[in-house]
Design a protein around this ligand. Structure first.
Ligand code: HEM
Length: 540
């Protein structure tokens, strides 16, 4: 809007110069360009140095005022010891404000969701008044397309309908054998790691990452395709994935600069490697999808011929097949491209977060050995009743549920969910103009003493036995975010995590290797311990 005003004012200046014969056409055109450049500079300076302090409707929202020149709190946030440190300092200062406002780069305003009412309105009531911030869309969209993460309005609702059934609790429970198989492979990896080390010290974060990657690709695509390579793809699934999302240093640098200054056109190896990996991943998934669509169509026509009296085979379909069936029955379904984006997004969103949760549970179990002992006892007593635990039996171990919930509260793996208002909205009494960044930081809700009480910082799984008052509000826990954009992989992640904890605690004793406080990787997208997590493991 402001750029349009500058452009119109520059054009008006040119017209006036010509109308009153103050300048020839080339001179007037030159003046027009000069007006535009000057106007843009004045506008940018005003926007950064005057607007947030004197005119913004949000200027009275509580928040830190000790801003640094032109960067507000951005550098302080980046330099803090951990990703949540400064946010939690602000929560302790303004525990009851619906929003906390801070200034970021260029003094751009950011509102942080800080109360249950604000969380409900941002994430539920006005969820579709928000869009993803354009920087994030350009950064991540290049790798993962639009799909669920960036879809808005009806296309997003349709894709949620298509993925809801395949990721529902009943379907996820059918995936338990995959989780258990991969958990056993994890135990084998631990055995190898212990054998290689004199003191049995194992770095578990990388093992959890590898396991979670195998679980999610197998659950989504029907087989462990870590080393799969389709007819036309030169790279394996894992190589393609890493080439896109975890490239070497130069690739990462280009990834972050490209949304601001386009660099992908440069014919250098980092870009060529990205393009190779991206093309390979997309071709591979497109081929798998085409193959699967044909199988589904064939199956459906065979069922029709048999008049629905086909063999009652036990259903054990993977996510992709279920998603394709749901898409075909949608009438106006989504394109093959959107299905490819969705699979990539689920692989990406579904393994680091799950591996992170497993890492933090392990950390808590080594920090509090009495919690580990009690959890093992409950698991063993469940196994005495049912040696091969079913999904329902795993879900019914109360202390296991409590430990997982408490870990997600204290160590929420997804650090933030940033959104931008797509229109003017009034939320929790605050008038928020279009284009404002509104971010939910799960840790801010989870560590707010006015919601969780004075012992908010204590890791106490028993608190989940008596969930009353503010804590009973669904918006008191935001590890998966609530509302129409809640994590669709929640049921899958929870059962996978519990199955892996059951396997590990049934076979290993876990012990901390140091009493030192854990340090965090920062900046990062998910909560991770710096240098991974080393623990001592011993076969029981
Ligand atoms: C403990 C594990 C997990 C945690 C903590 C977690 C957390 C989250 C959070 C906080 C969001 C909201 C992000 C935002 O709005 O910016 C989200 C969205 C999403 N998650 Fe998960 N997630 C987990 C596991 C999974 C799994 C296993 C899958 C795949 C099956 C998955 C797929 C997705 C997708 C596709 C979205 C985007 C949904 C949308 O915008 O409609 N996640 N997750």
């Amino acid at each position: 809007m402001e750029s349009l005003v500058v452009t119109l004012a520059s054009c008006a200046g040119v017209v006036l110069l010509l109308q009153y014969n103050y300048a020839t056409v080339p001179v007037a055109a030159g003046c027009g360009v000069a007006f535009f450049v000057l106007g843009t500079i004045v506008h940018k300076i005003g926007r950064a140095l005057i607007y947030p302090f004197y005119f913004s409707k949000l200027r009275n929202v509580p928040g830190p005022k000790d801003n640094q020149f032109l960067v507000g709190q951005a550098i302080r946030l980046l330099k803090a010891a951990g990703p949540n440190d400064l946010f939690l300092e602000w929560v302790r200062k303004w525990p009851n404000a619906p929003f906390i406002r801070y200034l970021s780069f260029g003094n751009s305003e950011v509102l942080l969701v800080n109360s249950l009412e604000a969380a409900r309105e941002v994430l539920q009531v006005y969820a579709y008044s928000f869009v993803k911030p354009s920087f994030q869309e350009k950064l991540v969209g290049e790798m993962m397309g639009t799909g669920l993460l960036f879809g808005v309005g009806e296309p997003h609702r349709r894709l949620r309908r298509i993925t809801a059934g395949p990721l529902s609790k009943p379907n996820v429970r059918k995936m338990l054998p995959i989780f258990q198989d991969k958990a056993k492979e994890l135990s084998d990896m631990v055995d190898k790691a212990i054998a290689g080390e004199d003191k049995g010290v194992v770095e578990v974060e990388s093992l959890f990452n590898r396991t979670a990657f195998k679980v999610i690709s197998t659950a989504l695509l029907g087989r462990d395709i870590t080393n799969f390579r389709s007819k036309s793809s030169p790279l394996t699934f894992e190589q393609s994935y890493k080439g896109i999302l975890d490239p070497p240093f130069l690739g990462k640098l280009i990834m972050f600069i490209n949304p601001v200054i386009p660099l992908r056109w440069l014919p250098i190896e980092a870009n060529l490697a990205f393009i190779r990996a991206n093309t390979s991943m997309r071709t591979m998934l497109a081929e798998l999808i085409q193959e699967r669509v044909q199988q589904v169509r064939l199956q459906q026509s065979e069922d029709k011929v048999k008049g629905g009296q086909g063999d009652e085979k036990p259903e054990k379909k993977d996510f992709l097949t279920n998603m394709i069936e749901a898409n075909l029955s949608e009438g106006k379904g989504v394109s093959e491209q959107v299905l490819v984006d969705t699979v990539i997004q689920c692989v990406s969103a579904g393994h680091e977060t799950t591996a992170g949760t497993l890492t933090w549970i392990t950390h808590a179990l080594t920090k509090y050995p009495e919690i580990q002992k009690r959890l093992r006892q409950e698991i063993v007593s469940a196994q005495q009743k049912q040696p091969e635990l079913s999904a329902a039996a795993i879900d019914s171990i109360p202390y296991l549920n409590n430990v997982v919930s408490e870990s997600l509260r204290v160590y929420a793996p997804a650090l933030s969910a940033p959104w931008e208002t797509g229109e003017d909205v009034v939320i929790a009494g605050v008038a928020i103009p279009k284009g404002t960044t509104v971010t939910t930081i799960p840790a801010m809700i989870h560590h707010n003493p006015s919601i969780w009480g004075a012992d908010v910082e204590v890791f106490n799984p028993d608190r989940w036995d008596a969930v009353t008052g503010a804590v009973a509000n669904p918006f008191a826990i935001e590890a998966f975010i609530n509302g129409p954009r809640t994590c669709p992989g929640r049921a899958l992640a929870l059962l996978e995590i519990k199955a892996i904890v059951v396997e590990l605690l049934s076979h290993f004793h876990l012990e901390a290797v140091s009493d030192a406080d854990v340090e965090y990787v920062h900046p990062a997208l998910t909560l991770k311990p710096k240098g991974g997590l080393n623990i001592r493991m011993q076969r029981l």
